[in-house]
Design a protein around this ligand. Sequence first.
Ligand code: SF4
Length: 382
Amino acid sequence: MNKRTSFSRGLTDWYKKNARRLPWRETRDPYKIWISEVMLQQTTVNAVIPYYEKWIKTFPTVEALKNAPLQEILKAWQGLGYYQRAKNLHKAAQIICAQYNGAFPQAPEKLRKLPGFGPYTTGAVASIAFNLPRTIIDANVRRVVMRLLALNGYADTSQDQRIEEFLQKAIPRKNAGTFNQALMELGALICRSREPLCRVCPVKTHCAAYEKGIQEIIPKPKKRIIQDLDVAIGILQRGNKYLVQKRPSKGLLADLWEFPGGKVKNRESPQEAVQRELKEELGVSIDSTEHLMNVQHFYTRFRVKLHVFRCTSKDYPKTNALRKWVLLKKLNEYPMPSGSAKIVDWLMIKNNRVMPLMNSATGFRAHRMLEVVVKGITLKNN
Ligand code: SF4
């Protein structure tokens, strides 16, 4: 057996014995594999499972996804972030139904032309659903191969040419899907970013970093600069309805619904900011504000603190298709950024509303709600 075969065989044998049982691994349906792979680009496996299960129940086929309204799709995606990906799922489903009669094209060149199909998604669907020998590089694969080859530097796309050359030689012509999944699983379970478990690694005899004892310093750790943002949010209530508005269709968090408000400027208190923002956005003067709570939310590069105020005004702002008064019990039907969704959860608890089985913001189940709220929100009067 040559070195290349021994590497891929050792890896895939290990995977067959040790792979986690995950819902998308029980199927070869390209639609389900596609959905899982796009979701997995957003967050961890454990966080994806409830989203995936709910998604497949709601949109069981590519046709069902094509027929669903965008608002329902964004709602199902809520909490995963990068909402453009959810929009691309919808657009791609429409093309698959219109051009391929609802059957996924197998040729990678055709897959690649679908919205949202970059090299990773194309390779994942082609190899896992159709077993075509297409390589894939995600964060786990990049780290594992950098260590196998003892490549110096940061784990970024500048490494990918060397990694691709290695993968092209290593990927078996048959069982490419298993090989790709095995490499990702190795990165998740054994070749972890911190404290890799080299002693039980099935490919340690092929690993240059392990041989040199430098696996802990590959790849070079990145310093992440996190920016703090303070945002003031105004809760306006009319009877038992709340004012929400839709974000523009382009840009950050496009097409999602949220409570009015905006960034706190330098030398401005959150209370002053909410009054200014509501005047600018809605054209209403705020008579009184009551601080309700603070909500923390983390994005890749931002740590956002939402200062939430109950606001009262003599004037009601003008409403239209993009700005509405919505009953509290209906707010959960609107796709929202996670911070706004946490506020809705809090309002539901304060108003003794029964929580939905699946939390809109985080995908956690109802019985964990209180814990989620306490984690993300600092309550003022509770
Ligand atoms: S030997 Fe260690 S560093 Fe090398 S691939 Fe295995 S777990 Fe990763």
